[in-house]
Ligand binder design. Structure first.
Ligand code: ACO
Length: 311
């Protein structure tokens, strides 16, 4: 019977049909999705911190309102993604435990500090730009709840990307100091943005199987190339220099050639040794502990309502 189920599953995936939570799926498929969707959800929640640091220091009411909306969107993305993960039979409280105990990963990118307000613009432009590049294809992921969550997330990410680019255009039309702050932020965020796509294909243990299952639709290197090709003209238009001496148009390939990110740094950051890893997790843990009374109150209220209904 198991073999028939597996054949049916494979034929649905091959036929571009969605797999839904009640459908039979191989254990490895479920495990891979829990890993990826949980990591993605954690990234959204941890990703609130670097920009959240600027909420109290935004230079105008308008910029503060925009940033507040953006950080709230990220909380929403985390919630849709935790809900998608729960359809796979895991518990959100357990996933949060695994995050704060360092047993599950979140994106390397959020372990870098935001040193000036220009970083808010550059995160919108490059980090959210990279996120869109990676996530638009995931709207066609084979697992229904994940693919559907991606549709809404991508729409909101597009707004985030535009707010970042607009902020940078404004700063580049400002003073010499503002232009220098943008250039400095671009130099700090460019390489970490390229690392968001994950290790090179040759060193990516999960890509082959995830592509076969159509959880992922493109390889890490394909998406990284797409991001570089998209970003270079945007950098020109903005008037900033990307910090890569090897970056040049290759007419034969029809793509930009670019240098190699520092993969030793990438490994260090995902291993917990980045500039802000300890701070990010400590803050997440404190928020979780400080929220315990809310969870307890909600549970007590639900129990009381249930008792009332029975009476
Ligand atoms: N940061 C942290 N860990 C990473 C990163 C990264 N940028 N890239 C890869 N890894 C981890 C993988 O999770 C995997 O570790 P694990 O097996 O312990 O889970 C390991 O490095 C090897 O990588 P791959 O074999 O390439 O892993 P995978 O096939 O999962 O590809 C990728 C990684 C591209 C990040 C994929 O999981 C994905 O597309 N995820 C959805 C997007 C996402 O999570 N975005 C979050 C940041 S964007 C945002 O939130 C705004």
């Amino acid at each position: 019977a198991e073999q028939g189920l597996e054949e049916y599953f494979e034929s649905r995936v091959a036929g571009e049909q969605r797999i839904e939570p009640r459908d039979w799926m191989p254990e490895g498929y479920r495990r891979t999705l829990v890993r990826q969707v949980a990591q993605h959800a954690h990234s959204e929640i941890i990703g609130m911190q670097p920009e959240g640091d600027w909420l109290t220091r935004a230079p105008s009411l308008r910029r503060k309102a925009i940033l507040l909306a953006k950080v709230q969107d990220e909380a929403g993305h985390g919630l849709y993604l935790y809900a998608a993960a729960e359809t796979l039979g895991v518990d959100r409280a357990d996933l949060t435990e695994r995050l704060i105990e360092g047993r599950q990963k979140y994106s390397s990118i959020f372990n870098y500090p935001t040193l000036s307000f220009a970083d808010v613009g550059v995160i919108g432009w490059l980090v959210d730009g990279a996120a869109i590049c990676n996530q638009v294809p995931l709207c066609r992921s084979s697992f229904g709840p994940y693919a559907r969550a991606m549709v809404r997330i991508c729409k909101e990410e597009s707004f985030h990307q535009r707010q970042g680019y607009e902020l940078l255009l404004r700063m580049m039309a400002g003073t010499e100091a503002q232009r220098a702050a943008v250039q400095d932020a671009v130099e700090r965020w460019w390489w970490p943005s390229l690392m968001m796509f994950g290790p090179p294909d040759a060193d990516s243990p999960n890509t082959r199987q995830s592509m076969a299952w159509r959880i992922k639709r493109d390889t890490n290197d394909e998406l990284r190339q797409r991001f570089v090709d998209m970003s270079v003209p945007q950098a020109d238009r903005l008037g900033v220099t990307l910090p890569d001496p090897d970056l040049r148009w290759n007419a034969e390939r029809g793509h930009y050639d670019f240098g190699e990110p520092d993969w030793a740094e990438f490994k260090r950051v995902i291993g917990g040794g980045g500039p802000c890893n300890a701070e990010r997790i400590a803050r997440r843990r404190a928020a979780h502990e400080n929220g315990a009374w809310v969870r307890e109150a909600a549970a007590a209220y639900a129990a009381k309502r249930a008792a009332e209904r029975e009476a």
